[in-house]
Design a protein around this ligand. Structure first.
Ligand code: GAP
Length: 508
């Protein structure tokens, strides 16, 4: 059986081979951590974005959307804390000349210790069988307790040094843990430096007049600076939300795992403005609501979990990730943050403009508190794509690769396939295409054997293949083939829109 690493490699190749994701500027050997979406990828991405937008804006009467510019006044990023604090601690290995994020080196080291613990647990579970009590074993087994204590100590020491900005101590933890460079295998480390993740550019035609501006590292600030405009012009009453999707840019140093961590990516964010003191209620509401959204796609619920943050960002009083089990393990997919009044108060201070809300029920003005939901569109794409990728052995001994993408998000909803390209079947097929194409993304194909055409549609995740055969010309029926079960049924052409439509709704 293929291991997870091989499966992930197959997923990445499939994304390229079938027109979902290409490396950016590939003819020039590519640009690291930057990707282009191809003909099917762009459809899947658009469908995810649209479903998110509908769930947030269309289904909530008190949430509206905006589309703010990527370029913003430079003071925005001073106020938000990004100029001073949006940093990664970097360290170089002098022998390999490779650069690493210090926190990633330590996290990888901790993951190795965790791996050793899990091995002990697995061994014991086998030894004790039914009678195995995992919690008790973890709490009492000398070796496991030793590993756990060591791991907890490293974590505490490392993150408290990072929090204090004590970069010498950050380096010392790496030395003391005897972490080696994965390339050179040596411990010849440089000092640790803070590296700001924002890309900057210059605005203005003459360089002397130019002012440094940043490519936004999150879409959220475009919402905060427009908060009052939207509240006033939309006559919004608290609690209310502002949603936005759009590009964000981060100069990520450790760019790994395909589209999981990119330098140019897209976020789907919503800032929900609430009365101070009610933020925890709304934080819990949005945690639950967002998890329900994920479950509504019908992907396995056991692949999702919450990870509550112990270490909070400077603006938050509570934060959790929704993690998804990617082929390389459970990783952050979405963040839900209670951001207090940090951002609005900071913009109020730096701009000198009041960003308050007059609450008629309390008869007082205040700076609202904010609960944010923030999900990476590319990461959601990867979650769906990697979960959908299935290599199947069929009963007749043949194999197929099928993308079991939730039908409502599939790039192509139906393929119309005349059995042969003669006897009036193409004309019938074209009639069906005309009937369906205004409501559903469809594809018409008459080249190659029907079996090969089914495989091609399976590989891009088309939920329905509609085959036009000789009987169609007699009684206006076709066969409709289900992508996942491969079962075929004969149905009337007039029923096709409702049959297709019935599968394209989220699960409640
Ligand atoms: N406004 C809050 C914010 O930006 P974040 O946790 O830094 O919070 C939110 O990012 C989400 O954006 C993440 O959960 C992830 O899905 C996505 N994301 C962040 N950095 C990314 C990157 N370099 N590549 C792809 N997606 C990224």
């Amino acid at each position: 059986m293929a291991n997870q690493e091989d499966i992930f490699k197959n997923i990445v190749s499939h994304a390229k081979e079938y027109g979902f994701v290409f490396q950016s500027s590939e003819i020039y050997d590519g640009l690291s951590a930057v990707y282009d979406y191809a003909q099917y990828g762009v459809e899947l991405k658009k469908n995810i974005r649209e479903y998110w937008w509908k769930s947030m804006v269309q289904y909530h009467e008190n949430i509206v959307g905006i589309d703010a510019a990527i370029f913003m006044h430079p003071t925005t990023w001073k106020a938000s804390g990004h100029v001073d604090a949006f940093n990664d601690p970097l360290i170089d290995n002098r022998d390999s000349k490779k650069r690493y994020r210090a926190d990633v080196l330590v996290e990888d080291h901790l993951a190795k210790i965790e791996g050793k613990i899990n091995k002990e647990v697995e061994k014991a579970a086998k030894r004790f069988g039914e009678a195995f009590d995992e919690a008790q074993f973890r709490a009492t087994n000398t070796r496991v307790v030793e590993y756990q204590t060591k791991s907890d100590e490293i974590r505490k020491r490392f993150f408290s040094a990072l929090d204090r900005g004590d970069l010498e101590e950050v380096r010392q933890v790496i030395i003391d843990c005897e972490i080696v460079c994965p390339i050179s295998g040596t411990r010849n480390w440089t000092e640790v430096r803070q590296f700001n993740l924002m890309f900057s550019t210059a605005m203005g035609s003459v360089s002397e007049d130019a002012s440094t501006i940043y490519l936004r590292p999150e879409t959220a600030q475009g919402i905060f600076v427009n908060y009052l405009n939207v509240q006033k012009t939309g006559r919004m009453k608290i609690p209310f939300g502002i949603a936005q999707t759009g590009k964000a840019f981060r100069n990520e140093i450790v760019a790994r795992q395909f589209i999981f961590r990119m330098r140019e990516f897209e976020q789907m964010e919503m800032q929900f403005f609430v009365r101070p003191g009610t933020e925890m209620e709304w934080y819990n509401y949005w945690k639950e609501t967002r998890m329900k959204w994920h479950h509504s796609l019908g992907m396995p619920v056991e692949k999702y979990r919450f990870h509550d943050h112990d270490k909070l960002a400077h603006y938050a009083n509570a934060a959790a990730d929704i993690e998804f089990e990617f082929p390389f393990g459970f990783k952050e997919l979405e963040g839900i943050h209670s951001r207090t009044d940090f951002d609005l108060s900071a913009h109020q201070k730096y701009s000198g403009k009041k960003l308050q809300y007059f609450d008629p029920e309390l008869n007082e003005s205040y700076v609202p508190y904010v609960v944010e939901t923030s999900i990476g569109l590319d990461r959601m794409f990867l979650a769906i794509f990697s979960n959908a990728y299935t290599e199947e052995k069929l009963e007749d001994g043949s194999e197929r690769v099928v993308l079991k993408i939730p039908a409502m998000l599939a790039p192509v909803k139906a393929a119309i396939l005349p059995l042969v390209a003669k006897d009036g079947l193409p004309e019938k097929g074209r009639e069906i295409m005309e009937m369906l194409k205004y409501d559903y993304m469809c594809q018409y194909e008459e080249k190659d054997s029907i079996g090969r055409r089914y495989r091609r549609q399976d590989a891009i995740g088309t939920p329905y293949c509609i085959t036009v055969d000789h009987q169609t010309t007699v009684d206006n029926t076709v066969t409709i083939r289900d992508r996942d079960t491969m079962e075929q049924h004969r149905v009337a052409i007039v029923d096709l829109p409702s049959i297709i439509g019935s599968k394209l709704r989220p699960r409640s």
